[in-house]
Every structure is written in C-alpha cells, then in structure tokens.
Write a protein of this length. Structure first.
Length: 256
C-alpha cells in the first residue's frame, strides 16, 4: 500500500524572485524526506514562476500551480485543496525554515492527540541556540484553548515560559489536515487584513488539543515591501469587515 506524504508545505508566491530560492531550498533540505511542497503562484509578474518550475522539474515532491492574482488567502486555500499530506505547514515565499522542522515535530505528530503544534519563530540575520534533546513544551485542551484565542486577539504570549510566538500568523505551526477538512476551515478571501488571525481563531476554537514547543524552527524575513507592511487605502472598510467576521465567529461559539 502506498501512503501519501506526511507533511504538505503550502507556499503562496507573488513576485518573490529575490527570495524564493532561499525559501524552497530550506524546505528541500529537511532531514526527514516524507513531504511535498505545494507552490501556488498568484499571478506573479516577475520570474518567480519560472524559478519555481525549475524546482518542480528537478524534484518529484514539488508541485507548482498557477492562478490569476487573487491574493494570499485564495492562494493558501488552493494550496490546501491540492495538498495530500496528513499535516499542513504554511511557509511565506520570502521566509525560510530550519532543516529539522519535520524532525522536531515528529514526536508530537506521532502523539495522535494534537490538532495543532505551535513553534517559536526567529528573524533573519539573528542567531538561535536550537541544540536541545529535551524541548520544553506545553499542552492545551479544548477548554483551555480559549486562553490562546484571547492572547491572539491581544497579540500576547500566554505565559513567561513562551519564546517568540505568533498566535496570529499561520506560519511556525503544523495543522492537522483532517481537522481543517472536517471543520471546513479556510482563509476568508474577502477579508484583506486579519485573515490569518481569523483562520487561527477557527482552529483554536475547534482543536481538541494544541501543543506549544519552545524551539525556533521558522525564520521570518522582515522587509519593508512585504504584504503585511503594504499600505491599504480603505483601512476603515477593511477593519469593519474583519470585526464583522470576528463577531460572527465568536457568537457562533457563544463567546462575548
């Protein structure tokens, strides 16, 4: 019997020709090789697609798909629909991951209890001491997940034992795909700001158990021209839509 990949790395790409090599190479350099890379090119106007196609030609586990420019949420959703792995890892095209991302997650993936595993992230150019055989971790049950939601809304860490964690972003995490499929959790495409937070809140509210592991496995490239730093002219309208969806979600779970 032939089994599918353990991990699907979903990489949305838009005009990332300067960074995409670093990103894809860091994934291909994993110490555990049971994975696939799903690349969704969101109508790039530079050489991003051409570069991605070269990796697809040389690696059987790299799959490249294209779409008209519709934004990162649609790209990630398309990546989810194309994924065959049991677990999903989102990687932005200008970031990179540690070579032991999968290896470090294996003990927690094999546990069968967790629907989401959260790791620390670092910033490009900084050094991190990741040499540890006994990693610090914490487990949260469904009843405790509401605290993660509150911290995500406040953009705070849950306690002083945590390292550099982003509860709002989809990166530096591993999601159980069967949970996303069962609960139909996707990125809301008509929300321009805060869609990542809404996605994670959906997961926090529905996950049976969540695990935090104190180890830097994801490296963010903080640059001024990234999507998260882009200027949006209709910010008031964008904020209004975010809070409408957030309120609908909280009311659905009888939360204030």
């Amino acid at each position: 019997m032939e089994y599918g990949p353990l991990i699907s790395f979903v990489v949305p790409v838009y005009n990332s020709e300067r960074y995409i090599d670093k990103c894809i190479t860091s994934i291909l350099n994993q110490t555990i090789t049971n994975f696939e890379i799903i690349i969704i090119d969101d109508g790039s106007k530079d050489n991003s697609l051409k570069k991605c196609k070269k990796y697809e030609d040389k690696n059987k586990n790299v799959k490249v798909f294209t779409q008209k420019n519709q934004g990162v949420s649609v790209a990630r959703n398309n990546g989810l629909s194309k994924s065959n792995g049991s677990w999903i890892v989102f990687v932005d095209s200008d970031d990179e991951i540690a070579c032991d991302y999968i290896e470090s997650a294996l003990p927690y993936i094999d546990n069968y209890r967790y629907d989401l595993i959260i790791f620390d992230y670092g910033v490009s150019g900084e050094e991190y001491n990741n040499i540890s055989t006994n990693l610090y971790s914490e487990t949260y049950s469904r009843n405790e997940n509401i605290e993660l939601l509150k911290c995500a809304l406040k953009n705070e860490n849950l306690n002083n034992n945590w390292g550099n964690v982003s509860l709002r972003s989809p990166w530096a995490k591993i999601y159980r795909k069967s949970l996303l499929d069962k609960e139909k959790i996707v990125f809301i495409k008509n929300v321009k700001m805060g869609e990542d937070l809404l996605f994670n809140i959906n997961v926090y509210l529905r996950a049976n158990k969540i695990c935090y592991v104190k180890k830097v496995l994801y490296i963010v490239d903080e640059r001024n021209d990234s999507v998260s730093r882009s200027y949006i002219s209709n910010m008031d309208e964008v904020d209004k839509r975010f809070y409408e969806v957030l309120n609908e979600l909280l009311l659905k779970f009888n939360l204030p």
